[in-house]
Design a protein. Structure first.
Length: 659
């Protein structure tokens, strides 16, 4: 066991049993929980102090067996088995509604000789379905302490802390699985634990296991373990002969219907996007007015000169241009979190399996695809729960097509420029266009997968096997706090980049080539005569066919750091432009004209920009994660070239047709 003063415990269990919720309750963290498998795809650590004892909790990815079939399960097995000397014990989370399935992994860990405490979560859900669990008999049959919890309501959390404090971890002396006699003589006799030696043998890690088929032995073990579990549960679980059909069953007749399920899902998305515009309008106006006042205030009270210009016309407008979209991002994330929390997102995974199969993906791919609407980085990481390597690589390559929150500011400002405020049946045209952009990203991701699957060779076929959880009341307050944290992360993360970019843009726009021989450089020049304009106009021939002027070219270049930087860059540029009309940034952009009298942001140009950002791979952080997950510069480079080339080509065609 561990030798340091801090006690370390592991949170272990199947996917979607409430591990992350227990983790959050114990450590007071805000790790995202979801009502479907694959939310936790790497270990998370947190701490709490109880009765002057410091405890570190490690939340491992959910797994159904100690035999890994995907990368997240491999992380789980390595931490659990190889790191056995580093932790004090395992807190095993068992969901009452899936007790039989959960006891398979429980018994495997128990037979490894690992000290455990058993937590039976959401027993109230089982009672509602007419299932009664005799906790005392379960405790006796498994020879372990059982703690009942309802993690979402914080019930039983103190009992877990007390059990950890009093070291109620139990190590089983009698194994529940009898190793087949024909294989016993092939096991490592030097191993302290016979079952540990068996696991290595069935994984092919033993020199004696070269001629065996590991999967066959693992299946034999699983069958025998379930036979043992059935005997235990026969005395522990009783079911009522009849009970009223629950809300879950009633709703699923519609929500997972092969036709109405998709109709409802699209309707829900449309309502969300309507709220993104309708509910965010007031806070966005307040933020816009606040930064306009701050820009005016700093311009009036700071001493005249470069510092005044840098702050009032560079940094403040740049930050304001991106922070103004925080309400829209917050509203979108909040609704997505509520859908996950309620159990509905698991139905979306189930529904999408039918659609994704012909494109070389499976239902599990929808988890990263849906996660990609928040951010592509955790979405790419979440592909670790996809067992098939081909399907995982395909999902990684196409996930960045999904509309992430970083694209939302770009979409919002461009849609605001080219789409009217009119409505149809009470739904804004802007909401319909925004929904269209999200659907476009999804369908292009599918089309790309359909093409790429022909070039990625991998044997084997996978099937989606999952339990649909019961519908649960979302934790509205908790999800709201979680969203506030995510929005703050967006503001601080994007704000740091915008701050640096605003300074660089200001420097390049404040200075220009010398106007007379006595000058080193010209200062406080007109924007069109600055170094920035000189650089922008150098790339203008390449972007002019897309309908962009040099300012948009600069915005596109800076947004390769992060997509949302485009909006901050445009805000800074239009604040520095003395010829731009007075008013809000969006008004300046709306009324800006080219030398030939055409609008800079015409309908054709706006559509071109939307399509460019829908397809372009403009996020350095996502590229880094793709390389880390694929460990291949070839596929990372291919992804950049594919997405950027597609973005340029489609934008070019769209502008040339619409202009």
């Amino acid at each position: 066991m561990q030798e340091n003063n801090k006690k370390q415990i592991l949170l272990v269990g199947n996917p979607n049993v409430g591990k992350s919720t227990v983790f959050n309750a114990l450590s007071n963290k805000k790790q995202k929980t979801g009502n479907y498998a694959g939310v936790t795809v790497s270990s998370h650590a947190g701490n709490y102090s109880y009765k002057n004892e410091d405890v570190e909790i490690v939340d491992l990815p959910g797994s159904y067996s100690i035999y890994p079939s995907s990368e997240d399960e491999a992380i789980f097995s390595k931490f659990l088995i190889d790191g056995q000397k580093d932790y004090s014990g395992v807190v095993y989370i068992l969901e009452a509604l899936s007790i039989k399935r959960g006891l398979l992994l429980f018994q495997q860990i128990q037979d490894l000789g690992i000290p455990m405490i058993l937590v039976l979560n959401q027993i109230d859900q089982a009672e509602r379905r007419g299932i009664h669990i005799d906790v005392e008999k379960l405790s006796q049959a498994l020879n372990i302490k059982v703690i009942q919890t309802n993690a979402k309501e914080q019930i039983g959390i103190e009992a877990i802390k007390e059990a950890v404090f009093t070291n109620d971890f139990v190590t089983s002396e009698k194994p529940s699985f009898e190793i087949p006699a024909e294989h016993k003589n092939l096991l490592d006799t030097n191993s302290e634990n016979e079952y540990h030696s068996w696991v290595n043998f069935t994984l092919g890690k033993s020199s004696e296991s070269k001629n065996i088929v590991p999967k066959r032995l693992q299946v034999k073990e699983t069958v025998r373990r379930y036979q043992h579990v059935d005997k235990i549960l026969a005395d522990v679980i009783t079911k009522k002969a009849q009970f009223k059909e629950l809300l879950t069953e009633k709703l699923d007749k519609v929500l997972v219907h092969k036709f109405w399920g998709y109709v409802v899902f699209l309707f829900i998305l449309l309502l969300i996007f309507q709220c993104v515009y309708f509910l965010a309008e007031y806070p966005m106006n307040w933020i816009d007015e606040a930064f306009a006042w701050l820009s005016e205030f700093t311009g009036e009270h700071l001493p005249e000169g470069p510092v005044n210009s840098l702050v009032s016309q560079g940094i403040v407008p740049g930050l304001g241009g991106i922070i103004i979209f925080a309400p829209q991002i917050g509203i979108l994330l909040y609704f997505l979190y509520l859908l996950e929390d309620s159990g509905y997102m698991a139905r979306v995974v189930f529904l999408m399996d039918r659609i994704l199969r012909p494109f070389g993906l499976n239902g599990k791919s929808i988890v990263p695809l849906v996660s990609g609407t928040a951010c592509a980085i955790p979405a790419v990481i979440s592909t670790r729960n996809i067992e098939n390597l081909k399907e995982r690589l395909l999902t990684i390559l196409v996930t960045p097509f999904m509309t992430c929150s970083a694209r939302l500011p770009v979409y919002s400002i461009i849609i605001g420029l080219i789409i009217s405020d009119a409505t149809i049946f009470g739904i804004q045209y802007k909401a319909l266009v925004l929904l269209g952009m999200y659907l476009l990203g999804f369908f292009v991701a599918l089309l790309s997968a359909a093409i790429l699957k022909n070039f990625i060779k991998e044997d084997g076929k996978t099937y989606l096997v999952m339990d649909l959880p019961t519908y649960k009341k979302p934790l509205f307050g908790y999800d709201f706090k979680l969203v506030l944290g995510k929005v703050w992360d967006f503001i601080t993360g994007a704000g740091k980049i915008i701050f640096i970019v605003s300074i660089i843009i200001w420097v390049l726009s404040y200075f220009g080539p010398k106007q007379n021989p006595n000058e080193i450089v010209a200062t406080d020049v007109h924007l069109d005569h600055s170094y920035l304009a000189k650089m922008g106009k150098a790339i203008e021939p390449a972007i002019a066919p897309l309908g962009y002027d040099w300012k948009m070219g600069v915005g596109i270049l800076t947004s390769f750091v992060a997509r949302e930087v485009f909006v901050g860059t445009m805000s800074t540029l239009y604040s520095l432009d003395d010829d731009a009309p007075e008013g809000k940034v969006i008004d300046k952009m709306r009324h800006d004209i080219k030398p030939n009298g055409e609008k800079v942001f015409s309908f054709a140009t706006g559509v071109s920009v939307l399509l460019f950002y829908a397809f372009a791979m403009q996020c350095v952080s996502t590229l880094a994660v793709v390389y880390r997950e694929t460990k291949s510069w070839k596929w990372t480079g291919f992804q950049v070239a594919m997405m950027t080339g597609l973005a340029y080509f489609v934008s070019l065609i769209a502008y040339q047709i619409l202009k």
